[in-house]
Design a protein around this ligand. Sequence first.
Ligand SMILES: *[C@@H]1O[C@H](CO)[C@@H](O)[C@H](O)[C@H]1NC(C)=O
Ligand SMILES: *[C@@H]1O[C@H](CO)[C@@H](O)[C@H](O)[C@H]1NC(C)=O
Ligand SMILES: *[C@@H]1O[C@H](CO)[C@@H](O)[C@H](O)[C@H]1NC(C)=O
Ligand SMILES: *[C@@H]1O[C@H](CO)[C@@H](O)[C@H](O)[C@H]1NC(C)=O
Ligand SMILES: *[C@@H]1O[C@H](CO)[C@@H](O)[C@H](O)[C@H]1NC(C)=O
Ligand SMILES: *[C@@H]1O[C@H](CO)[C@@H](O)[C@H](O)[C@H]1NC(C)=O
Ligand SMILES: *[C@@H]1O[C@H](CO)[C@@H](O)[C@H](O)[C@H]1NC(C)=O
Ligand SMILES: *[C@@H]1O[C@H](CO)[C@@H](O)[C@H](O)[C@H]1NC(C)=O
Ligand SMILES: *[C@@H]1O[C@H](CO)[C@@H](O)[C@H](O)[C@H]1NC(C)=O
Length: 832
Amino acid sequence: MSFSFFSVITVLLALLMISSVEATDTISPNQALRDGETLVSAGSIFELGFFTPGNSTNRRYVGIWYYNFSTSTVLWVANRETPVPDRSGTLSIGTDGNLVILAGEDKTTIWSSDVSLPSNTSSFATLSDSGNLVLNNSGSNSVMWQSFDHPTDTYLPGMKVGLDLRTNKNQFFTSWKSEDDPAQGNFSMGIDPSTQIFLWEGTKPRWRSGRWNSQVFIGIQDMVPTYIYGFKLSNFEQEQKMYFYYTEFNSSHRYVLTWDGIEKHLIWKNDTQTWDLFWAQPVTDCEHYNKCGMNGACTDGNTPICACLKGYEPVNDEEWSRGDWSSGCAKRTLFQCERNNSQGEADGFWKMEGVKLPDLSYWYVNVNANANDESSCQQTCLSNCSCRAYSVVSGIGCLIWGTELLDVHMFSSGGEDLYLRLAGSELENQKKLAAFVIVIIVLVVILALGGTYLFWRYRSKIKGFIKLRKQTLLVDQSRNREGTADISITTEIGHEANDGQELPLLSFDTIAASTANFSYLNLLGEGGFGPVYKGTLPDGNEIAVKRLSRSSGQGLEEFKNEIILIAKLQHRNLVRLLGCCLQREEKILVYEYMPNRSLDAFIFDSAKKGVLDWKKRYDIIEGIARGLLYLHRDSRLRVIHRDLKASNILLDEEMNPKISDFGLARIFGNDDKETNTKRVAGTYGYMSPEYAMNGVFSVKSDVYSFGVLLLEIVSGKRNSKYYNTELSMNLLAYAWKLWNEDNVMEFVEPTIRDKCSRREVFRCVNVGLLCVQDRANDRPTMSSVILMLESGTSNHPLPRQPTFAVDTSETDSSSFDLRLKNSDSITMLTGR
Ligand SMILES: *[C@@H]1O[C@H](CO)[C@@H](O)[C@H](O)[C@H]1NC(C)=O
Ligand SMILES: *[C@@H]1O[C@H](CO)[C@@H](O)[C@H](O)[C@H]1NC(C)=O
Ligand SMILES: *[C@@H]1O[C@H](CO)[C@@H](O)[C@H](O)[C@H]1NC(C)=O
Ligand SMILES: *[C@@H]1O[C@H](CO)[C@@H](O)[C@H](O)[C@H]1NC(C)=O
Ligand SMILES: *[C@@H]1O[C@H](CO)[C@@H](O)[C@H](O)[C@H]1NC(C)=O
Ligand SMILES: *[C@@H]1O[C@H](CO)[C@@H](O)[C@H](O)[C@H]1NC(C)=O
Ligand SMILES: *[C@@H]1O[C@H](CO)[C@@H](O)[C@H](O)[C@H]1NC(C)=O
Ligand SMILES: *[C@@H]1O[C@H](CO)[C@@H](O)[C@H](O)[C@H]1NC(C)=O
Ligand SMILES: *[C@@H]1O[C@H](CO)[C@@H](O)[C@H](O)[C@H]1NC(C)=O
């Protein structure tokens, strides 16, 4: 009796132990993990168990994945080559103390951690909250085996996968074979002794990151510096192992080498509960290793994408013209030092900007500080006849190439300067060309000055002429209404629209009817390019109609092509262009209609301020940033907006921001330099110093405008209007002052102040001040801005004081104004 009672207790205990396996994070000698059961790390972050990948059937693997995202996020696989054919598998501690997977009735070992362990000791394995499966042994104080040392395709924080400098043994990440087969695929990724990350296909390089300069990898375009990723290079001289590691701040990150050979950086987005793709390489043609062969340079977007470096010519003309770049280019002229007679010009250098520096370089370590300045680097190169090029990179020093130049990629932004060695005769041609160009420029300037003078003299006459034109136009329209003159033209254009045109052309009549003949009652506003009306099409759809008021200086055909390009820019944070009308003198653009009009109507309006609470404002800031990033980087055109401001941000029903008027600067900005009066130039208060002073414009000038806009959204005050007379400072100066006094909450719009997160306000003002720094180079790119806004880290770099912010003294501001007033564009420039 007592025996059976005892056995019942034992069975119960055993059952309890088995069921408790599901909640534990440890496997100990007498506790096998059966198919269907899982280990969960202490903080419920990672889970380990058996799974079947993708669509494969009946193949069971042991893997680790994120507890919350289940097996779609498998990041490590134990038995990748040897699946269990059925559900009989168990994971346990084997008799020798190793972690083993046993399968079938006869318990065959199909996988083992396979390390030698002291005999007569016991082992146990634990799944940690970092995603690491660790095997410990009672006979030793060190970790016997861990999954972090045997990575599959995912790079997690804390991993130290790299090159052992003592044994020269390299560890790699390897891709899956296919979406549903975790066996080793064709692609691997690891570190190279030159501190570059390489991705290989078999043994062939497929992509490289460029060297590490202790902040970023210089071969990744627009890579955000270390303070966000937290990437670090190991102290490899001491540790004798070279690897990169990173720490994650508040959001989860993972880097996955996908089965098709793409390295992806994914970030967990808390708000949308998704893994967002932040970046992926290689994606474009030029990101693929050595696309253009030796001594070729690759430029995405060019046709053809490949060109020989200056002074080089295709090795095989016929292949090259066919688009087969594989044999690359060769030097056209010998260097002087290669010639036997010492006559002829000395060798010189040709500067290339924005380059992904070539692979393989002799690295002249900074022995004395002077070795890294440009002239001594140049000297070193000149003194060795095999030197082909040099570059001085901050954080690395002087780099010298003594071989063919491989994998040169021209970046559209960022990148390094490369000095290419050329024979004197090649440079000679260049000098002649330069002289020619200078002569042309001088001629153009003289003509332009003459033109401007004439223009000033006849200005009043021209104004009168324009007035006259307008009247004629009105007359034309009224005639139109009577429905006579234009019908044939309309049908003609309508035809054209059916000939595979991607942008619908609407007839003037339709548009005039939809807006009740451009009735004052339908006027939505007066934009930078002309009035905007609300229209209602016969089918009830609402549209916004922009009637361009100025001539673009472009021909009709060019204009149409440009508009078609703009219409292709589509993003959820850009207003969509639906169609246009180009009839007679009219140029009309038709956009989707935004019921909530523009942002300035909310943030600067005392009655409507409260509608946008802090969360909404933050969303709006992020949305604008995303739209702008799309324009700058992701769209094919790489558009600079040039006139970003609150009134150009429209809001849809759900108050999602949409940028408007983008791309128009392309049409009106470029060709109009000589007749400055009609230049569309941006708005006072949003203009970056380099543009206001020198007319220099870049994506960083948009970043400046974005910074101002951000500060306006946070504070609810206009930069151009706000002037604190008491403190005698403008909005930027005010933001700077409060930031330095650690009093950012004071900066926030009073009506929402008590309901917002101090951390987020701090982050916003930080980013805003970074964006409005004087030097364009100091300002972050839009991709950094987005990462800073979303990452949740508070370790951003500190901004420098914007000097525009301190134009408090009378003299300063008035001198600035004067400069602007001197140009005729001031009337256009002032904000409305
Ligand atoms: C997993 O999801 C639960 C509930 O959705 C949540 O409370 C928990 O914070 C999540 N864990 C992680 C690590 O995201
Ligand atoms: C699995 O099968 C479905 C339907 O056949 C298919 O749509 C899906 O792409 C497949 N997934 C994988 C990973 O092969
Ligand atoms: C292992 O331990 C057992 C008992 O603890 C002992 O009888 C046996 O001799 C030991 N074996 C070895 C090889 O040390
Ligand atoms: C395993 O061993 C390592 C090294 O001694 C130790 O730091 C770690 O805490 C051990 N793990 C467990 C779960 O005891
Ligand atoms: C891997 O290489 C093999 C052999 O070259 C090829 O057949 C296969 O398509 C490759 N797989 C991928 C995913 O590229
Ligand atoms: C994630 O979002 C939830 C609510 O959506 C919030 O409670 C939590 O604090 C957020 N976590 C982080 C790290 O921001
Ligand atoms: C220079 O002279 C060497 C031997 O004198 C000869 O081998 C070489 O071909 C010459 N090079 C040129 C470019 O003439
Ligand atoms: C010139 O560079 C080559 C490598 O290209 C190197 O082997 C050689 O030693 C250098 N010569 C001198 C004089 O520095
Ligand atoms: C992460 O968020 C917490 C609060 O949610 C904050 O205290 C901490 O500073 C953040 N960590 C970093 C590195 O930004």
